[in-house]
Write a new protein. Structure first.
Length: 254
């Protein structure tokens, strides 16, 4: 099984090396790594082009934002399974892709996802939030739930059959895509109760109150687009409760 990893970046010189390192350190080696750069003006292109620890397919050109860049990577992918790793995220340990392949070797499974921790921007060993996921049941998206997108791996055939990221969504195209796959088309997904990703805090979707508001409006619109019966009260209650749990809980070993 070949796994295609897609990393999109823009002026990511401060973190892209750690992201690449975490891919090179994976025990599972049948990897195609596509890095899609939006035309960085810093040292990002030089860092990626000089990388020697594992093969990287690198393209650098202007795009319409991160979801457009992800779509470019998906169209280029030749792997059986596709995962997306942000340019400031790293894999939790060396066995993430091994665990993915163990699950995806079951041909009845279309996708899998796992847990994620938010870490300090300058210290990836310091946990800020713990995003513990759960097994999926229909209707969860309408109540404000979703799996952590950076932990999500799906067969390439799922994207080919059900489509890519909808660029009409600037802040929540990942939510719309996951809702479309899991709620509307009912793909067979498996939750792996392990941490897959260390995500640096302070990302695009959490960098201001206005962004958070706009993101949640788009999430509501994404649910309506995919014909989900959404209750605003239940939606916001679940979102707030989940956020409180993420800040108050810690992984079992911490």
């Amino acid at each position: 099984m070949k796994i295609t990893l897609i990393t999109v970046c823009l002026n990511s010189a401060a973190t892209i090396g750690e992201t690449l390192d975490s891919v090179a350190a994976q025990s599972y080696k049948n990897i195609e790594h596509i890095v899609v750069d939006g035309g960085s003006l810093d040292e990002t292109p030089a860092i990626v082009r000089a990388w020697k620890k594992h093969p990287v397919h690198f393209i650098s050109e202007p795009d319409k934002g991160k979801y457009d860049a992800m779509n470019k990577g998906i169209r280029l992918a030749t792997g059986d399974v596709i995962g997306i790793l942000n340019s400031d995220d790293i894999y939790y340990d060396a066995h993430v892709l091994e665990n993915v392949t163990r699950t995806m070797n079951d041909r009845t499974v279309d996708a899998c996802y796992a847990d994620l921790i938010y870490v300090d921007k300058n210290n990836p060993e310091k946990t800020i939030r713990y995003w513990k996921s759960r097994f999926f049941k229909k209707g969860l998206f309408a109540r404000g739930w979703m799996p952590a997108h950076p932990t999500f791996f799906a067969r390439r055939s799922v994207y080919e059959k059900y489509g890519l990221f909808d660029l009409n969504y600037s802040f929540a195209a990942d939510v719309e895509l996951l809702a479309r796959f899991m709620e509307k088309y009912e793909i067979e997904s498996v939750y792996i109760p392990q941490i897959f990703i260390r995500m640096r805090s302070g990302g695009d979707s959490n960098n201001s109150l206005l962004t958070i508001v706009r993101q949640n409006i788009e999430i509501y619109q994404a649910c309506k687009k995919n014909n989900l019966q959404i209750s605003l009260g239940a939606f916001f209650f679940t979102k707030i409760a989940a956020r409180i749990r993420q800040f108050s809980s810690r992984p079992p070993h911490q």
